[in-house]
Design a protein. Structure first.
Length: 146
């Protein structure tokens, strides 16, 4: 007998073990929930440096997940374009947060407002950025593993 290890089988195995509590959720909603958790965690920090670090780390993990899915998955052109658009949006927010690539660094006193802006932008991203459910699910799985 031949062993068959398809991406669908691997995803099914990961789903059955990694996220059973969230199986009922739409993967795009799970990505939004991840960003919400990052924002909530950052806003709960005691000082501006910690807020900035938590936001930056959360955004960095999202970019890492997007990069891994883009490199490893056999994606449609639409999914590749969606990932590229989402990645560009997240990276732009990192540049704003850090004050790089021509952006002014977000002042410490505005970090909570900036975190809210990041969250609101992700809430509306699914209206302008199209990523298939399978691709979104892969992103969620990688975020859970980071």
């Amino acid at each position: 007998m031949r062993r068959i290890a398809t991406p669908a089988l691997i995803v099914a195995l990961l789903l059955s073990t990694a996220i059973p509590a969230h199986a009922h959720s739409n993967p795009v909603d799970r990505i939004k929930a991840y960003v919400n958790d990052v924002v909530t965690h950052a806003k709960a920090a005691d000082n501006a440096a910690e807020k900035r670090e938590r936001l930056d780390n959360g955004l960095d993990d999202l970019v890492t997940a997007l990069d891994r899915v883009e490199r490893t998955a056999n994606l449609s052109e639409a999914d590749r374009n969606g990932i590229a658009a989402l990645r560009a949006s997240v990276v732009e927010k990192q540049h704003e947060l850090r004050g790089t690539h021509g952006y002014e660094r977000v002042p410490n006193r505005q970090l909570d407002d900036f975190a809210d802006y990041v969250q609101q932008d992700m809430e509306v991203a699914d209206r302008s950025i199209t990523i298939g459910l399978t691709t979104a699910l892969l992103i969620v799985i990688i975020l859970l593993l980071l």
